[in-house]
Design a protein around this ligand. Structure first.
Ligand code: CAA
Ligand code: NAD
Length: 282
């Protein structure tokens, strides 16, 4: 099997790594050569981390690397058995990617999106095979978190859903849950309003960032506090997810706080740019 992963950022590189480690050949398509190289470097760093942690050995790392190809040319997806889209959380950009995937992949291929929040039907409508389009929502960091949300639009066929379930469960060893096609699906519909309320709490001076994060880490046994988690997700992604949720539900809890908007405008996107609610040294 060969799949294509479109977008090799935080999530696309994690998805590509997990696929390659599971014996699947992967073509990662990025926007330009420099970003394609950055995706390759990111995966090698993560594989090295896996070797250091005893999760795989040097020969398994080499085999995984052999299964990975990186490209800045969309045409290289042609002939793949399936595609997973993981570009930035922007509906117009994703719709354009789906139009191209529909044009280039064989009719039998399923087209999946890793979107955090865009309703699947909006992307499926950009193709002529809506029955072969679904959401396969992985979690960050992909090599560590076991969950995949399967999201079926009103047009997704049973066959597509079962093929994708078998891919995520049997081929990748993930655990699946199934959500209706509503903005945010199950997990982000619950998680994002919580993260936004933590940001509002910080913005209002109610408590320090450390006390907010320690409160949830030490008082509720979360692996990380909400502001650190926002930085891990990426503040641009968080803002975009908030916008999708608000567009769908008109719930004030999904409105992005002003400080989040200002940080995104300033390019303070969290870990991926070295600064968000906290500072990070590479
Ligand atoms: N690649 C491979 N392995 C990794 C890794 C990576 N990038 N990051 C961590 N690991 C492994 C480590 O090797 C380690 O494994 P062992 O326990 O077997 O030794 C384990 O994961 C824990 O890592 P660390 O000890 O280095 O660090 P930690 O204990 O502080 O955990 C964390 C780091 C995994 C990020 C943890 O803090 C965590 O799970 N945080 C919550 C993350 C979360 O909630 N993600 C969901 C975000 S929302 C989302 O994804 C949906 C969306 O649409 C926005
Ligand atoms: P990211 O900013 O790290 O990466 C996005 C990548 O897409 C960038 O490398 C960019 O160069 C690339 N890209 C943009 N336009 C492209 C195009 N036309 N063709 C090819 N590549 C293109 O973002 P991310 O965190 O990896 O998020 C990707 C998707 O996954 C989003 O839909 C996001 O909502 C979703 N997601 C994110 C998380 C998270 O925690 N960050 C978790 C689950 C799902």
């Amino acid at each position: 099997m060969r799949i294509s992963v479109i977008g090799g950022g935080l999530m696309g590189s994690g998805i590509a790594e997990v696929c390659a480690r599971s014996g699947i050949s992967v073509t990662v398509v990025e926007a330009d050569e420099e970003r394609a190289q950055a995706a390759s470097d990111r995966i090698i760093r993560s594989l090295d981390r896996g070797v250091r942690a005893g999760k795989l050995d040097e020969s398994e790392k080499a085999e995984a690397q052999e299964r990975l190809a990186f490209s800045a040319s969309f045409g290289d997806v042609a002939g793949c058995d399936a595609a997973i889209e993981a570009v930035v959380e922007s509906e117009p950009i994703k719709r354009e990617v789906f139009r191209e995937l529909d044009r280039l992949l064989p009719d039998a291929a399923f087209l999946a999106t890793n979107t955090s929040s865009v309703p699947i039907m909006k992307l499926a409508a950009a193709t002529e095979r809506p029955q072969r389009v679904l959401g396969l929502h992985f979690f960050n960091p992909v090599p560590v978190l076991p969950l995949v949300e399967l999201v079926r639009s009103i047009m997704t066929s049973e066959e597509t859903l079962e093929q994708a379930r078998s891919f995520a469960q049997s081929a990748l060893g993930k655990t699946c849950i199934e959500s209706q096609d509503r903005a945010g699906f199950i997990v982000n519909a619950l998680l994002i309003p919580y993260l936004l309320s933590a940001i509002r709490m910080y913005e209002s001076g109610f408590a320090s960032r450390e006390d907010i994060d320690n409160g949830m880490r030490l008082g509720c046994a979360h692996p990380m506090g909400p502001l650190a988690l926002a930085d891990l997700i990426g503040l641009d992604t968080l803002q975009a997810v908030a916008e999708s949720l608000y567009e769908e539900f008109r719930d004030p809890a999904a409105v992005a706080p002003a400080v989040l908007n200002r940080m995104v405008e300033a390019g303070l996107l969290g870990r991926k740019t070295g600064q968000g609610f906290y500072e990070y040294s590479s």
